[in-house]
Design a binder for this molecule. Structure first.
Ligand SMILES: *Cc1c(COP(=O)(O)O)cnc(C)c1O
Length: 468
């Protein structure tokens, strides 16, 4: 055995102790760390050494080279995208995932697929989904949308009497996908799936909303003359956190032939609170659903769930060996159900967090985050510097500078946000909403308290004078 491998093998405990103390250092600071990246002065070129340096020395080099530049994006004042942090229980689960290093592909060699199956059951209960939904963990909501749309594609094939998983899409009539305000990852998924980004047909939304006008959608569906198509409904848009009327859309299923995919990446968490649950009513009738875990579930990156009630189609698309079709389809035979073959047991952090905090823990996180967004939205709305571009929905705020003449430029907004990032008190992301350059805030971290949004609000006002 190589010298350093042997040495490290003999001192695992020491390596883990040193790693633990670095983890403790970071976790003690994360609430106060600058929320955006700060660039290191001049980072030297990196070279692989011939002999290696062993794990302890490597940890030291790592700390020196990178650790002090880690951003506080897992902390309480990072409001970019809709990503959350990591609950203590989720972190425990994540560490052990690598310790156990199990392959969750569904062989009978390990308990791993059972843990994933159990986690899916816990999530089904958290979201109030019926038992006939099966699911699996993928790396993020983008991949979950990819899987949902892959099933939709296969279903269209069945309707047309072709097995797309065998024949491909060569020479086929294009597939039509209708949606109001789809997330960018829907386009990316369609590109990866060979259906094409341009297959999306944008359906107009209700006035001043990001929610689809269902009567217009119905017109389009009627014009399909019974040709099967796909509808992507959005439960939680990223700019204004708007929800399509899922009850009205699912009602159309009795009259028209379409696959309903619901992208509920973070909006699905409305189901955790009796206050907001009605927003996702109807979701339980979808053919496929996307839920992100590294957003509001507050587990580390690399986790989302795809749900469906069409396990058979899933096995057709993702089967890894034809022999399989002769066996029973089981919902834990993940190797035949997911894009990957060998896969990390990425359900573990979610299992730990769901067990540790239960339904009420998640109700509390969701309601607290929403309440803080509401408070901040009110402050923004009555300030002389800013104006809301949409009412505050759930945990999201969309606003811009209050200026008399025309609109503010996206560049000025970016400069302002950059200044906030450099100051380190709050991280926000720029966007364009209805043609207006804007800013969005999304509060999804379990650590965020009233004190944090007050610090953020203070920082937002302090130097705005320079920009408007
Ligand atoms: C974040 C998000 C996605 C993409 O999620 P990733 O985890 O970044 O892949 C897709 N849809 C919606 C609605 C989202 O908010």
């Amino acid at each position: 055995m190589h010298r350093f491998l042997a040495e490290d093998h003999a001192q695992f405990d020491k390596i883990l102790e040193n790693t633990l103390s670095e983890a403790n250092r970071f976790l003690a600071e994360v609430d106060r760390l600058p929320v955006g990246t700060i660039s290191p002065p001049n980072i030297e070129e990196i070279n692989i050494s011939d002999e290696g340096i062993g794990a302890l020395e490597t940890l030291d080099v790592f700390k020196e080279r990178y650790a002090s530049w880690m951003s506080g994006s897992a902390g309480p004042r990072y409001y970019g995208f809709v990503t959350g942090g990591v609950t203590p229980a989720a972190l425990a689960g994540d560490w052990l995932t690598s310790v156990y290093d199990q392959n969750s592909l569904g062989s009978d060699e390990s308990i791993a697929p059972q843990i994933e199956l159990d986690t899916i059951a816990l999530l089904r209960q958290l979201f109030g989904l019926p038992d006939d939904y099966t699911g699996s963990f993928v790396t993020g909501a983008t991949m979950s949308n990819f899987v949902g749309l892959a099933l939709a594609r296969q279903w269209i094939g069945h309707q047309r009497g072709v097995d797309f998983s065998k024949k491909g899409l060569w020479g086929m009539e294009p597939i039509k996908i209708f949606s109001g305000t789809p997330h960018s990852s829907i386009y990316k998924s369609l590109s990866m799936l060979g259906m094409g980004r341009e297959a999306i047909i944008s359906i107009p939304c209700l006035p001043n909303r990001e929610a689809i006008d269902v009567s217009i959608l119905e017109g389009f569906l009627e014009n399909q003359n019974d040709q099967p198509c796909i509808v992507v409904a959005n439960a939680g848009t990223v700019n204004t956190v708007d929800f399509d009327d899922l009850i009205a859309i699912t009602a159309l299923k009795t009259r028209y032939k379409f696959w309903l995919h619901v992208d509920a990446a973070f909006g699905g968490f409305a189901a955790c609170s009796p206050k907001y649950r009605s927003l996702v009513q109807g979701m339980e009738l979808a053919d496929s659903i996307t839920i992100d875990a590294h957003k509001w579930l507050n587990v580390p990156y690399d986790a989302a769930i795809q749900f469906t009630r069409h396990l058979g189609l899933q096995a057709e698309v993702f089967q890894n060996a034809a022999v399989y079709l002769e066996e029973d389809i089981s919902s834990s035979n993940f190797v035949h159900l997911t894009p990957e073959n060998s896969r990390r047991l990425r359900a573990m952090p979610s299992w730990f967090s769901l067990m540790a905090y239960g339904k009420e823990g998640y109700t509390e996180i969701v309601e607290r985050n929403c309440q803080l967004a509401e408070w901040l939205g009110k402050e923004i709305n009555r300030s002389e510097f800013f104006k809301l571009l949409a009412p505050v929905h759930l945990n999201g705020i969309c606003f811009t500078f209050k200026v008399d003449k025309n609109t503010v430029s996206l560049n000025i907004i970016k400069e302002y946000l950059n200044m906030l990032k450099e100051n380190g008190d709050v991280f926000l992301t720029p966007t364009v909403y209805q043609g207006i350059p804007a800013i969005r805030i999304s509060i999804a971290n379990w650590r965020t308290t009233q004190k944090d949004v007050e610090i953020a609000w203070q920082a937002m006002q302090e130097e705005i004078g320079e920009y408007i």
